[in-house]
Design a binder for this molecule. Structure first.
Ligand code: AR6
Length: 174
């Protein structure tokens, strides 16, 4: 396991990192869960930038990612990615979730970001099974870091106890 991978339990909006990742939806206009928390804490600037992106490219597809500033957040940037809605594995959810992590890291590198924090994408309102999602997240990040020297820290932020315990076990044993 790459030693640049860290685990943190709590609210992602408090983190002082170069970028936090948002589990957004295809509209990019905000919602509940971590998306709601990020827009509330970051303020209007983030929404205005999301609207500008929408006007240019028409939202964001599942598995893809876009970047805005962090508005009033401690983080400099927010990378908005859209996780797949879990549908019993019938809609390429595994591939799409892996793309979320990979594309967010790619955007981070392109923007000279050194420290980045991820929530547990798709494991809330979108109902992706938590253990499967955690293995995908850890695998993709670890593989990406194996070919990267510019990132200093990738933090998995677990808000709920269940995800925290799953990640703790994976990161201790892998
Ligand atoms: N900090 C870190 N993690 C959080 C926070 C927080 N403040 N709040 C919730 N989580 P979800 P999804 C965790 O539902 O499943 C929105 O309406 C939460 O415990 O936020 O990808 C969007 O607009 C869970 O583990 O995102 C979309 O419509 C994880 O964040 C839809 O929900 C993801 O849960 C996306 O659903």
């Amino acid at each position: 396991m790459d030693t640049r991978i860290k685990l943190f339990q709590g609210d992602i909006t408090f983190l002082l990192v170069d970028a936090i990742v948002n589990a957004a939806n295809t509209s990019l206009l905000g919602g509940g869960g971590v998306d709601g928390a990020i827009h509330r804490a970051g303020g209007q600037a983030i929404l205005d930038e999301c609207i500008a992106i929408r006007n240019k490219q028409g939202g964001c597809k599942a598995g893809e990612a876009v970047i805005t500033t962090g508005g009033k957040l401690p983080a400099t940037y927010v990378i908005h990615t859209v996780g797949p809605v879990w549908n019993n594995g019938k809609n390429q959810e595994t591939r799409l979730l892996a793309n979320c992590y990979r594309n967010s890291l790619q955007i981070a590198v392109e923007n000279n970001i050194k420290t980045i924090a991820f929530p547990n994408i798709s494991t809330g309102i979108y109902r992706f099974p938590k253990t499967d999602a955690a293995y995908i997240a850890v695998d993709v990040v670890n593989e990406f870091l194996a070919n990267n020297t510019t990132l200093d820290q990738v933090v998995f932020v677990c808000y709920d106890e269940e995800n925290f315990n799953i990640y703790k076990e994976i990161l201790e044993t892998v």
